[in-house]
Design a protein around this ligand. Structure first.
Ligand code: 13P
Length: 264
């Protein structure tokens, strides 16, 4: 039974990160295709494969799943001399609706992307007509130093700078505490709820109260079938951004938890 008193449609994404071979992607897609026609009506679900596998996934995964790119280029032009990059326009051409922007691995480990660059990526993605998931989260050091909310709210403030109110219907936020990503150490439902509430309150005070009520705030960081139900009960948790468990049929169990907790 769905006891959630939210009017927001759940948003659940599988971020495959830098994983997979042609063979493993084909096999995972076949596994996920078993969920065709069984998606909860109150959920929007997407997969973010590595860009090199996007065509393979777009051609073979059933349309119950939307697609997201894991990263985009920030330039104003749709095509050009950007060796190694992929523009939002190119992703859109493949039928990709969403782009992750500011994943902690892009901010901290892989590319050291700045708030300013991430803001340009948000604006470029929206300008191309795509939807954005702005990822935010604090490190363990920042949490232990009592700075978690300040860090996260500042990442949002800079990330969404210059976004028009009318474009907020194409933005979601993913709160992914860095210390919970890939560590098996999930945030407690109370820790996650506290941050999601703070994010919503900040948006209400600094953007618009209607936007705050409608924007989806996903939680990410060691989400598994064993912990998703408790997280999902929290009023301000509107879905999940799943890493490791999205490389397994476990992902479908997590999607199912927003329906009745029984998986798909
Ligand atoms: P894990 O679920 O593997 O902790 O990864 C979370 C994440 O980074 C999703 O974007």
């Amino acid at each position: 039974m769905d006891t959630k008193m939210s009017t927001r449609k759940a948003l659940i994404g599988g971020n495959w990160k830098c994983n997979g071979t042609i063979a493993s992607v084909k096999s995972l897609v076949a596994e996920f295709n078993k969920a065709k026609g069984a998606m909860p009506s109150n959920a929007e679900v997407f997969i973010a494969p590595p860009a090199i596998h996007m065509g393979l996934v777009a051609d073979n995964l059933c349309k119950d799943f939307a697609l997201s790119i894991q990263n985009v280029w920030s330039g104003k032009k749709d095509f050009g001399a950007y060796t190694g990059e992929i523009t939002p326009a190119m992703a859109k051409d493949f039928g990709v609706q969403w782009a992750l922007v500011g994943h902690s691995e892009r901010r901290h480990t892989v590319a050291h992307e700045s708030d300013e660059l991430l803001n340009q990526k948000v604006l470029a993605t929206l300008a191309a007509g795509m939807k954005v998931i702005l990822c935010v989260g604090e490190t363990l050091e920042q949490r232990d130093g009592g700075k978690a909310k300040c860090v996260v709210l500042s990442q949002i403030k800079y990330g969404i700078s210059g976004v028009k109110i009318s474009d907020w219907s194409r933005i979601a936020i993913a709160y992914e505490p860095v210390w919970a990503i890939g560590t098996g150490r999930v945030a407690t439902p109370e820790q996650a709820q506290e941050m999601h509430k703070a994010i919503r309150e900040w948006i209400s005070a600094n953007v618009d109260s209607k936007v705050a009520n409608s924007v989806r705030i996903m939680y990410g960081g060691s989400v598994k079938p064993a912990n998703c139900k408790e997280l999902w009960k929290m009023g301000d948790i509107d879905g999940f951004l799943v890493g490791g468990a999205s490389l397994k049929p476990d992902f479908l169990t997590i999607v199912g938890c927003v329906k009745d907790g029984a998986g798909l």
